[in-house]
Design a protein. Structure first.
Length: 151
């Protein structure tokens, strides 16, 4: 059969066909090797996908555990650790600020000039060097008053 005139790249003799056939077989072997390599990589990716799914499940479980505390689970309050929620007051807000209202006089208890008891605390020796303090001058004086309420 004569070569078809509109077919480019097709040789007309048997030797040319054998050469083209061997070249095509080489290309098919290369592609088969590449397909086998890609299938092996795809199998590795499948294993990695499974590992990712397992790790995502573990992360979700750990995140749920972190969100638990004694208020939303059956755990005791002592297991809350340092991240326990702040206690909330049950008292209703009044809108007032703490302390006395502006403009009202203060109510400070004044020191009395005639106390019932006077107690002097005088050290017998120096706290730093343990020397005797007889005859030493006063370094400072503080006055304090304790008021006891008896019923």
């Amino acid at each position: 059969m004569p070569p078809v005139s509109g077919t480019p790249g097709v040789p007309g003799d048997a030797a040319g066909l054998r050469t083209a056939n061997s070249r095509l077989r080489e290309l098919l072997e290369e592609r088969d090797a590449e397909i086998a390599e890609l299938r092996a990589q795809l199998a590795e990716f499948g294993e990695l996908r499974e590992q990712v799914a397992v790790l995502q499940a573990q992360v979700a479980d750990l995140a749920a555990r972190v969100r638990q505390n004694s208020k939303n689970s059956s755990r005791p309050p002592s297991s809350d650790g340092l991240g326990k929620p702040a206690p909330k007051s049950l008292r209703a807000k009044t809108g007032r600020k703490p302390g006395r209202p502006k403009g009202q006089p203060g109510a400070t208890m004044q020191l009395t000039d005639h106390p019932d008891h006077v107690i002097r605390h005088e050290p017998s020796c120096c706290a730093a060097c343990s020397r005797d303090l007889d005859g030493a001058g006063e370094a400072g004086v503080e006055r304090r008053q304790v008021t006891e309420i008896r019923r």
